[in-house]
Structure formats: structure tokens, C-alpha cells
Ligand binder design. Sequence first.
Ligand code: BG6
Length: 479
Amino acid sequence: MSKQGFPADFLWGGATAANQFEGGYDEGGKGLACADLFSSGSHTEPRRITAEIRDDLFYPSHDAVRFYDHYKEDIRLMAEAGFKVFRFSINWTRIYPTGMEEEPNEAGLQFYEDVFRELAKYGIEPLVTIAHFDVPLYLTNEKNGWASRDLIDLYLKYCATIFTRYKGLVKYWLTFNEINTATLSFGNYLSLGIRHGESDFLHQEDRPSERYQALHHQFVASAKAVKLGHTIDPDFQIGCMIAYMPRYPRTCEPADVLLAKQTEAMHSHFCGDVQVKGRYPYYAKNYFESQGIQVDFAEGDEEALLAGTVDFYTFSYYLSLCASADPAYANSGKSVIGGAENPYLPTNDWGMQTDPVGLRISLNDLYTRYEIPLMVVENGLGAFDKLTADGHVHDAYRIDYHRAHIEEMRKAILDGVDLIGYTIWGCIDLVSASTGEMAKRYGIIYVDKQDDGSGDYSRLKKDSFYWYQKVIESNGVEI
Ligand code: BG6
């Protein structure tokens, strides 16, 4: 097979999220976001959510790895790696500290403008996630987050502010990170800002009708944001972002095949179908009925969804899942998403079954379904890196992981898929979203920040940095 494949303007780069990367949680007028109340945890001990900041707990988002004051150095390193694009999120509470203010916080707006101008110096295209797991805490406390329809207008006010201010500096936007997180119970707190009492992150009471209603509010908000963005700047490209996980049947027994298709439809395809096609897919009705879920559409919602379909489809890809209708295997997998274990794939320390070929399968399936440009905006290997005494991180395992996925992307492009970019997750080490650890590192750049909060935030290039630099320089030929 030819080594070519990647188009000349392919967007190679890296991705981060404000609450896991930025720090400065109470600086520059920023308000508290839900993520600021997520304590640290580990792969064996879940994070906790507290109602207020407590002295006896450690909250990793507060300082994260301090992109807030390291951004010039970080962007210089990205430029050295050859990044064409940098995906990161704007923290809603830096712009509207409670979400309710009439006027935005100028210091917050200025911070991101400085970041955009710094990126522009190096010709790096920003790809901005408007909401990445960071609902303003005030909106959780006062309105139960996205369960309230009020959040649609509050979100649109925030969008109008940043679209207007950053017109000319930003072209690519994503409305919500991994919007389909809301199809699972942990979406309550993580992406929807719904909190019932003080229970911990993984175990709070789940009310599916409320959760899907909140997701519906996000769909409407996203569609209206797309329309608004195009009015403010017709050149804006506004996309969706899905945590995409293909589901395989564990065997070719029809019951396994059916279950795989049904779970893939509701958890991986449902949100993309709404955001790309502008309407709820037929299969949702049956699912809602079988689960006793009620979603109310307000007048005008149907039209709004249709008028605000996305320009491109982006997704995170870490793992594939497996479905078994046989109770002996149904929940034998170790991932937090559940499902059966796939006997053909390796499992990492966090229960994920990595699957590069699954990426080619996904790209083909998605392109067949939507026929709009696709971008892989998260892919990476969380691992315990070892810093050697002489200051190196020899992360051959990470290079192998990315190489295998890049090779499958190339094949998908040669299959005919319109893939326009790839941003590796956590390009600079950051806090893990699920566990709150620093020890689960994804970066090609190491940050001296440890789980107990120690470290001087110095940055260091891992072996994977030099490897990725060559990949980008050769446009994917030298991998
Ligand atoms: C995605 C999120 O789910 O996966 C990121 O968009 C997250 O915020 C990433 O960090 C990796 O997951 P984790 O739990 O290892 O950080």
C-alpha cells in the first residue's frame, strides 16, 4: 500500500481541555465550574464531587498544569513539533463567571485572545471547544444545570460573545465535547451539570428522563449556536464532537449482533444523527418507550434542530466495545462504559481495549452515514510514564499506539474517507477527566506535576515528541 494518503493540508496537532490543563481556577475573575469541585481519584478510587471546596481534599483542576501562565512556552513547543492545529476549550466561567452576568469578564476574554494571537504567530489553527465538561457551578446550584431550558439562552449569550470577539481569529468551533456522554449515567454531572445532593461522581442517582431532556436542551443550544455562528461569520466551520466507540458482537450469534447494533445506535450514533441530520433518528422513539423516557420538545425545537446542522463531524477514539447477549459475558469487560470483554484485544491499566483497526472501521462507517468531513480530535494512550534520572521519557508504547492509529487513518483515507485532521489527546500532560490523576499521562510533552500536587510545572519533550515531529514534517509518510 502506498505511504501517501494524507492530503497536503491535513490538520495534524494536539488537544486539551481547560479544566484539565489551564489551572488558575480563581484567577482573572474566573468563576467556579463544576469541574472545580471534582476531587482527585485514581483508577481504583473514584473522584468525589463536593458541594463546596473542602480543605481536606485535593482538586486537580485548580492548578492543573498551568497553561494559564505557561501558554507561550506551550505554544512554542507545539510549533516546534510542527502542529498545524491546536484544539482546546474556552472555560465558560472565565467569560461569564456564574453564567448569569449581563456583561462578560474582560480579563477572561483577553486571556483567550492572547492565546489566539500567540497561535497565529506560528500559523497554528485553533480548534475551539465551546463547552468541555465545565458547566458553571452557579448554574448547577441554581438551575440543576442543563436540566433547565434556561441554559440554552445562557449558552447562546456566551457563544455570541466569543463568536463576535474572536471572529477573524478562529474558524473551527465545536459546540459540546463528547455530547453523547449524556446517554450514560455519569453524563449527569460530567457534561450536564446535574447534581442531586452530594453523592460521588459515579454513584449519584440517575433519572434518565431528566438526563435525556437535558441532552435535548444541548441539542437545541448546539443547533442555535451553529446558526448564530454562521450569521456572525459565514466562514465559521462549526462541528459536533462525539465519544465514538464502535460495538462489535462478541460472536456471530444474531442476538449478539442485534445487541451490538442497538447499543451502538443509542450510545455512539444517536447524538451525531441529531446534530448532522437535524432530527431525532427513528430508533430513538423505540428506545425511549422501552426505557420509560419522556423528552419534551418546545415549540420551534424541531425547526431549530433542522436549521442548525453541523459543518463537520469530529470524535474521540480510544477504544472499541463488545456486546454479548449471553449473561456469562455481558459485563465481562473492564471499561467504565461496560459491555463484554473482547478476547482479541489487549486491555490497558484503565480497562480500555485499544483497537487501531476499529478506527478504520469507524471512519468508514461514519463517512458512509454522513458524507461530511471528519476529524479525529482525541486519540491517545494514558500510561504511567517513567522519568529517567537524566531527564528522559522513553515512551515507545505511546509511539506504537499512535503509529498504529495513524496507519489505519491512512488506510481509511485511501478507502475514500474525507478525514481532515487528527489531534492527539493531552499532547501536553494534563489531569485525567475520569480519575483526576496526573499519573495517567497522555502527552508527548511531560509536565513535572504529580498526583500529590508537587512539581514545578517544567515541560520536557518525550521520545514521542521527536517521533510526532517527523510524522508531521513528512505529512504522515515517516511513521
Ligand atoms: C475524553 C474527554 O473522554 O477522554 C477528555 O474528552 C478526557 O476530557 C479523555 O481526558 C481521556 O480520558 P481520561 O479519563 O483518561 O482523562
